[in-house]
Design a protein around this ligand. Structure first.
Ligand code: PMT
Length: 402
């Protein structure tokens, strides 16, 4: 769900080469409907001019603590009060040190000190600064006080060093911003999501698979993290980056997916099987490339294990959510799968139309529940459908624990 719509987000930019990434973050925030107000430190303005941020945010950029025009409403206090979320990106060691020590000597540090909004900090700095015990203590102190962090990533740094210190990708900071504003109704739950296709190899260069892109499963994993769950994402081959905050397990074949699921299932409260598992695999996988010799060849296939049915047959099983990809008799076939695989819920996908289902941006579905009830979800983004599915799961889980 887009919980940034119409929210006031203060984007505080401090000085470092990663300032250019804050421009992309600003774009993502405004695209999601947030009203973004940018604060730039003096050092940040050495890298990018305020005009860039002003143009993209459609709001004046705040650079001075004492601004005669805005002073009638005391600029830093009014911004601090209006903020629903405060994002510091990139955050230098200097700025983080000042915030941790309660120093408020410019627009950024004064406003962050005055706000009651959640504060999300995305550090970027040299690896030796990042590992310096003084910095570590500052970060730990802020963490204890409820400040949220998006860890920097490893790579070659602008200063010439290799190591952890690069600002996280704008998409990752954006995801953390969404999470910071989400209700944590799945906190304390562990959810396993499966996504993508499986590939069943014929030889070293060929395989049997399907059109699943993984988008539906990845949307479910992202939304589960936002809502506070610990998430294990078991994914077949996709082009998608691992979502922020998930434990990602990459597999190729159905049997690998089964092994991964079985090794983690005992710690899961919920399993959501959005993956499109290949029902059959070649009886034999050739060690070398099969040569083109005959006009016709026959490939003998054998059934893959039905992973979901196996989970349904467990004595102590988690809350089980299956998907059913159907081209006809949607409700009837999906209900049959729910019964036969002993599921709590099934998401019936009409994949007969090109605007939804496999490899589409959107999806439509009929949610069927074990108690016979159902809910129709018209065409919507996969992110929105993921939230609807999780709403139902959260309701069922809270009903169980009453
Ligand atoms: O990945 P996208 O491009 O975003 O597309 C999303 C999707 C269309 C793949 C997804 O929404 C979807 O419908 N996934 C299930 C596809 C499927 O395999 O359906 P099925 O009806 O064949 O299988 C029913 C259920 O049993 C599924 O939950 C499946 O994961 C599971 N299954 C199937 C076969 C098997 N051997 N083991 C299984 O666990």
């Amino acid at each position: 769900m887009n919980n940034l719509k119409d929210k006031c987000v203060v984007l505080a930019v401090s000085g470092g080469i990663a300032v250019y990434k804050a421009i992309e973050l600003l774009r993502l925030l405004t695209k999601a409907g947030a009203d973004v107000h940018v604060i730039m430190t003096r050092a940040a303005q050495e890298f990018v001019t305020p005009l860039t941020f002003q143009t993209l945010s459609s709001n004046p950029v705040h650079t001075e603590l004492f601004n005669l025009i805005a002073e009638r409403e005391i600029g830093h206090i009014s911004l601090a009060d209006r903020a629903d979320l405060f994002v510091v990106a990139p955050a230098t060691a200097n700025v983080i040190g000042k915030i941790a020590c309660g120093i408020a000597d410019d627009m950024l540090t004064t406003t962050v000190m005055a706000t009651k909004a959640p504060v999300l900090i995305a550090p970027a700095m040299n690896v030796n600064m990042y590992t310096n015990p003084i910095y570590r203590e500052n970060e730990a102190r802020l963490g204890r006080l409820g400040y949220l962090f998006v860890d920097p990533v490893c790579g070659s740094l602008a200063c010439g060093w290799e190591g952890q210190g690069k600002l996280a990708a704008p998409e990752v900071i954006f995801e953390a911003a969404l999470a910071a504003l989400s209700d944590k109704d799945l906190a304390g739950r562990t959810i396993m999501v499966t996504a993508g296709p499986t590939r069943e190899e014929l030889d070293p260069v060929r395989y049997i698979s399907n059109h699943s892109s993984g988008k539906m499963g990845y949307a479910l994993a992202r939304a589960s993290v936002r809502r506070g769950a610990s998430v294990i994402l078991v994914s077949g081959p996709t082009c998608l980056p691992a979502p922020y905050g998930v434990e990602s397990v990459l597999v190729v074949s159905a049997r690998e997916m089964q092994a991964a699921i079985m090794s983690h299932v005992s710690r899961c409260d919920v399993v959501i099987k959005a993956a499109a598992v290949a029902d059959y695999r070649p009886v034999e996988r050739m060690a070398t490339k099969v040569k083109k010799q005959h006009d016709d060849i026959t490939i003998e296939l054998v059934k893959n294990p039905d992973i979901l049915a196996g989970l349904g047959a467990m004595n102590q099983r988690p809350f089980l959510v299956g998907f059913a990809a159907e081209t006809d008799n949607l409700a009837e076939y999906a209900a049959k799968k729910m019964r036969e695989k002993n599921l709590d819920m099934i998401v019936a996908n009409d994949v007969s139309r090109a605007d939804a289902g496999f490899n589409a941006e959107n999806n439509r579905a009929l949610l069927l529940f074990r108690d016979g009830s159902s809910e129709d979800c018209p065409l919507m983004s996969k992110d929105a459908l993921a939230e609807r599915i999780l709403d139902s799961i959260a309701t069922k889980l809270s009903g169980d624990s009453c």
